[in-house]
Design a protein around this ligand. Structure first.
Ligand SMILES: Cc1cc2nc3c(=O)[nH]c(=O)nc-3n(C[C@H](O)[C@H](O)[C@H](O)COP(=O)(O)OP(=O)(O)OC[C@H]3O[C@@H](n4cnc5c(N)ncnc54)[C@H](O)[C@@H]3O)c2cc1C
Length: 494
């Protein structure tokens, strides 16, 4: 097993895509589960802290260590099985998403969770309950996780299969492979009904596997995952539509959403039923102009996708075109994918906006100030205009885009200097507060990590954060794993 202690060689493990910076003594690269268990047991007996690292594309500082050691999961990277008959796959944690998708595709299968950044590890997407464009139809990563192998902070191994272990009310009992039993209490709070991944998942009588999904490397180290797969869609309709008027684009999304819900309710295959509904405001389009010179001068764009049967494709496409006309889309300039290559390009177009923002932030040496908020659909427009207005009043540059099918806004501020950065932080706080007021969430997909823990406190309140800390302490009594993620350490001692 490789262990690196030379600080020059471990720099990449001391940061992530949000440009949050940390420090540690050493990075360990286990090549199998046994080695990983050995590291965890030793760290536990030495009371040394562990931070688990995926591929560092996280946007919250969650994988950035604040002391202790890092366990890098990149060498646990084997796809163990893809089973077309059973429609499932078994993978090690460090498999890269794009490699996994390619292998699944070759077997004529489909794995819908698709974070815009495909360079992430599958285990980390489970740890963050990642989402993507297709979450609008298929839900987040959670919906596709059917089994987990987890190494607990004391080195004990836990094997969980969906449908086998349930909480009794808010009481859970974990039984490890060696027979150790751990009894804990779930925090018992209500989660928002929007798309949401902030803090521990908690529902009365819930499946215990859901506690570990989205727990951001604080409760255990995932080593192996069983994922549900679907048959590969026969056809995908994919288009980027341009609108001269932003409110037309928002109305188009609202109506597409309603029509999609109706199709799902009535199980119809010939109507509009979007897989993804992604929005870009005019600032985002201007920001991308240099990289995509064929972008027309316009106020907003919507990238939508629908999976369908070949026999229905033309009929559905016609319905989309009628809907676009109804909402005054600029049909002549809009892009409709004719080939798989076009579809890939649209995905790259969507990826470009997120990665260009991250590049800007890193180049200027700021930390990312971008919202990951979702609110109930009927409150979305109010929230969207509130957020934009707030930023526009200060003159700070920004881009607004996101998974609007899920009423999920990424508003990224682009400060030009330290003073603007400080103002942006204040605005960010106000926007998150508004999302909570509207019964939404401060994080719909990126999680909390270290950057957003103060906002998690605002969202859930001291009492619930203390309950989260007690749950964490019950599973990790020596406070070894992922310390600093979700909440501050002081909550362990209150
Ligand atoms: C351009 C860009 C676009 C993005 N778009 C999206 C998007 O659309 N949707 C979305 O959800 N996210 C998105 N992200 C965020 C990021 O890609 C996801 O959070 C992803 O899940 C992180 O994966 P990673 O391998 O880089 O993990 P890291 O950043 O290295 O780690 C993330 C967290 O997972 C934990 N972790 C990693 N492996 C394990 C393990 N084996 N066991 C326990 N905990 C573990 C870490 O401790 C940390 O808490 C985007 C990021 C970028 C840069």
């Amino acid at each position: 097993m490789i262990i690196k202690t030379d600080q020059n060689q471990i720099q990449s493990y001391l940061t992530d895509a949000a440009n949050y910076k940390g420090y540690c003594e050493a990075v360990y690269f286990p090549e199998n589960e046994e080695e990983l268990i050995e590291i965890v047991k030793k760290a536990n007996s030495d009371k040394k802290r562990i931070t688990v690292a995926g591929n560092g594309t996280g946007l919250t500082g969650a994988r950035v260590p604040e002391g202790g050691i890092v366990i890098a999961t990149g060498k646990l990277n084997r796809i163990l099985e893809i089973n077309p008959a059973g429609k499932y796959a078994v993978v090690q944690t460090g498999v890269v998403m794009s490699d996994f998708k390619k292998s699944v595709n070759e077997k004529n299968l489909f794995y819908p969770p698709d974070p815009t950044e495909q360079n992430c590890y599958i285990g980390a997407t489970v740890a963050t309950n990642a989402s993507g464009a297709k979450t609008f139809k298929y839900g987040p990563t959670r919906n596709f996780v059917n089994g987990l192998h987890i190494i607990l902070p004391d080195g004990e191994k836990l094997v969980l299969e969906r449908g086998r272990h349930f909480a009794n009310g808010y009481d859970i009992k974990l039984e490890t492979v060696s027979g150790k039993t751990i009894k804990c209490k779930l925090p018992g709070y209500e989660m928002p009904r929007t798309k949401h991944t902030a803090g521990y998942y908690c529902k009365r009588n819930m499946d215990v596997i859901d506690l570990f999904i989205g727990s951001e490397g604080t409760l255990g180290i995932i080593t192996q995952i069983k994922l549900k797969l679907l048959p590969k869609p026969e056809e995908i309709i994919s288009a980027v539509a341009f609108f001269r008027n932003e409110s037309n684009a928002l109305d188009f999304i609202s109506e597409s959403r309603e029509l999609s819900y109706r199709s799902r309710k009535h199980n119809t295959e010939k109507n509009i039923n979007a897989m993804g509904l992604e929005f870009f405001d005019g600032n985002s389009l201007n920001f991308l102009k240099q990289d995509f010179p064929k972008l027309p001068e316009t106020s907003a764009a919507v990238w939508f996708e629908q999976d369908c049967r070949a026999e229905n494709k033309n009929e559905i496409l016609e319905k989309w075109i009628n809907l676009l006309s109804k909402h005054n889309a600029d049909l002549d300039k809009s892009w409709i994918a004719e080939t798989g290559k076009d579809q890939k390009e649209f995905h790259e177009f969507r990826h470009a906006i997120s990665s260009k923002v991250n590049e800007y932030i890193t180049r200027n040496n700021f930390r990312k100030i971008g919202t990951d908020t979702a609110v109930p659909h009927d409150k979305f427009k109010e929230f969207y205009y509130y957020s934009k207005r707030l930023v526009e009043e200060t003159g700070i540059d920004y881009v607004a885009y996101g998974h609007f099918g899920n009423s999920h806004l990424h508003l990224n501020m682009l400060p030009k200097n330290e003073a603007e950065f400080e103002t942006a932080k204040k605005l960010y706080g106000k926007i998150l507060k508004k999302a909570v007021e509207l019964k939404g969430t401060i994080s719909a997909e990126h999680g909390i990590g270290k950057l957003k823990r103060n906002y998690l406190l605002e969202m859930f309140g001291e009492e619930n954060i203390r309950k989260m800390a007690q749950l964490k302490k019950c599973i990790d009594p020596d406070l070894i794993l992922g310390i600093g993620n979700l909440f501050e350490e002081r909550f362990f001692y209150q």
